[in-house]
Design a protein around this ligand. Structure first.
Ligand SMILES: Cc1cc2nc3c(=O)[nH]c(=O)nc-3n(C[C@H](O)[C@H](O)[C@H](O)COP(=O)(O)OP(=O)(O)OC[C@H]3O[C@@H](n4cnc5c(N)ncnc54)[C@H](O)[C@@H]3O)c2cc1C
Length: 544
């Protein structure tokens, strides 16, 4: 065991592991990359996190940088949950609901708490946390906050950032801070602190004031955005100041979150669900735009394309039985309303009219069992993610792009052209109401030709999104994969501002380096693993 591991083991309550097995397990996440960590820490409490950060800071002051990567369940598909130094694995022990106030809908949790477990608990109190990612049964709240995750309900409810009220965060030097919206007087107290926290407040306040006009460039014409650092909502015109929106979505590159206070919504289990089948992308887009114009947005507007239906029909024909039949539509769209009864009835009537004007076939269910059956159509996308044909696997390299909803059909048409050019099949699914789609080409990353194809596709795809006025990351974060495109997305001045923010919070580069800023394509290509799989999701850690 190294000296570093030894020191940590003596000073922390949680376990420290350096075994080849444990390191191998944490060397992959849900991305196509692999980075071998030097050791794993399973913190038992905030003090363990604080001591680890403090130790890394002191070593860095003496010229030895050991990266710290916070980790939830490692489902991240951008390579953000990987690091070459210390992995802080939160699900092992820091996985509790600390406090739940069902009356006000506020819940305080530790970052390693499983999202699905929280959701179950909230449901029993008729509440829910709406921006849950599709991976919520495996992933953690810490990961959702760090990625500003979003999901099928985000078209109406938005992304995670909107639900985080306050955070406890361990800074790079081991100081612990609490973030929430500060009034002018509270801010001036922070500005006067002689600590690292005070330094951050002073420098960030000045940086935001000096770069006010640049902040407008962060406001892309998309409905959700997880690319870069969210600098726009820190300082409001009323003089209030909050670091919370910045930490949300920062992927562990500015601080390590140890406690999260979340707001939740009323949960209405009674819903109405439409299935609409379209003969063309243009008609599907017209329906989406019509539905977006309703006085209240649907709680979901999710699509799968005809090619996904063909693939699922080939792999698992029973899944589609009684839901859609051949010849499959170009697009199938699920539209859900979860409003209270009176409003729901009104909206359903209007939605029915919009859908019937555009779709070739429309059906409508209000029984939960029948709705579950229809949802299978959308969740069939999982068949693609888990499928392999020989050495060919569905790889997450060009996922998560988002465009303005009015560009949806142009976007998908150009994606089809891109794939045809590379002689690849493509199946598309995702959040049509947000213009945010998923697709994973089948490639064999052990073959040089397919690797080259992957990086060609990556380049063309993200350039296409930027040319359509979209964002390279709608909901899962830049990580390593999309980080090389951040400067193209926002321009070099905004990118320069991101770099200054990173430098301010993390002067020695100990916090998840190689993620979000300062990343070039040449940095990530050598990290590509030839044996992509989600095998790491099988559990492997101590638990309390
Ligand atoms: C099949 C599949 C479907 C997915 N669907 C979605 C989706 O619908 N929407 C979506 O947004 N994402 C999706 N994802 C991506 C990912 O699952 C989510 O972003 C999820 O919220 C990550 O949670 P996690 O616990 O796995 O975090 P990890 O992967 O462990 O970490 C994610 C990031 O959070 C940071 N982090 C974790 N804990 C902390 C902490 N305590 N402090 C600071 N930083 C921390 C990590 O350093 C890393 O940068 C999907 C992934 C898969 C494999």
């Amino acid at each position: 065991m190294s000296k570093v591991a030894h020191y940590l083991q003596e000073h922390l309550l949680g376990e420290v592991m350096t075994s080849a097995d444990a390191r191998r397990y944490f060397a992959t996440d849900g991305s196509i990359f692999s980075v071998m960590p030097s050791l794993i820490v399973y913190p038992r409490n905030e003090n363990d996190v604080r001591k680890t950060a403090r130790f890394a800071w002191q070593l860095a002051e003496r010229g030895r940088v050991i990266p710290i990567t916070a980790r939830g369940s490692g489902t991240d598909q951008s390579g953000a949950a990987l690091g070459s130094g210390i992995i802080l694995a939160f699900p092992a022990h820091m996985n509790r609901i600390v406090e739940l106030d069902p009356k006000n809908g506020v819940v305080i949790v530790e970052p390693g708490l499983n999202y699905g477990r929280l959701q179950q608990t909230l449901h029993t109190h008729e509440r829910f946390l709406p921006p849950y990612p599709a991976s919520y049964e495996y992933s953690t709240l810490g990961g959702a906050v760090a990625n500003n995750s979003a999901g099928e309900k985000s078209v109406k409810y938005g992304a995670t950032r909107g639900y985080v009220k306050s955070l406890r965060v361990v800074l790079a030097n081991g100081e612990v801070i609490e973030t929430f919206r500060l009034g002018k007087r509270e801010l001036s107290k922070k500005l006067g602190l002689s600590t690292f926290e005070g330094e951050i407040y002073r420098a960030l306040d000045a940086l935001l004031d000096e770069n006010r006009e640049l902040l407008d460039k962060l406001d892309l014409a998309v409905t959700k955005n997880a690319a870069g650092y969210a600098l726009a909502d820190i300082k409001r015109p009323d003089g209030s100041f909050d670091l919370t929106p910045l930490f949300v979505g920062s992927q562990g590159t500015l601080g390590v979150v140890t406690e999260i206070t979340l707001e939740t919504e009323d949960y209405n289990p009674t819903k109405e669900l439409f299935l609409a089948e379209f003969d063309s992308l243009e008609q599907a887009e017209k329906a989406v735009l019509g539905l977006r114009d309703l006085p209240h947005l649907p709680s979901a507007m999710e699509m799968v394309d005809g090619q996904l239906l063909e693939l699922v029909d080939r792999l698992n024909p029973n899944l589609l039985k009684g839901i859609v039949s051949k010849p499959f539509p170009k697009v199938a769209l699920l539209v859900e309303f979860d409003d209270a009864e009176r409003l729901r009835k009104k909206l359903v009537k209007k939605a029915d009219k919009i859908l019937r004007e555009c779709a070739a076939h429309v059906s409508h269910e209000h029984e939960p069992a029948a709705q579950d059956r229809l949802w299978k159509l959308r969740h069939a996308a999982a068949s693609v993610i888990g499928h392999s044909e020989g050495q060919l696997k569905a790889v997450p390299i060009i996922d998560d792009g988002i465009v303005p909803p009015a560009k949806l059909s142009e976007f998908i048409t150009k994606v089809y052209q891109l794939f045809a050019h590379e002689q690849l099949q493509v199946a598309i699914w995702g959040h049509a109401g947000d213009g945010n789609i998923h697709l994973q080409p089948f490639l064999d990353l052990s073959q040089i030709g397919d690797r080259q194809k992957a990086y060609r596709l990556l380049d063309e795809y993200y350039k296409l999104i930027i040319s359509l006025g979209g964002s390279t990351s709608g909901q899962s974060g830049d990580g390593r994969l999309r980080a090389p495109y951040l400067s193209n997305l926002y321009g070099s001045e905004v990118y320069g501002l991101f770099s200054k923010v990173k430098q301010l919070f993390d002067p020695y580069g100990t916090l998840n380096p190689g993620v979000k800023v300062g990343v070039a394509l040449d940095d990530i290509k050598p990290l590509t693993r030839s044996d992509y799989s989600l095998a790491h999701l099988y559990d492997h850690m101590p638990r309390s």
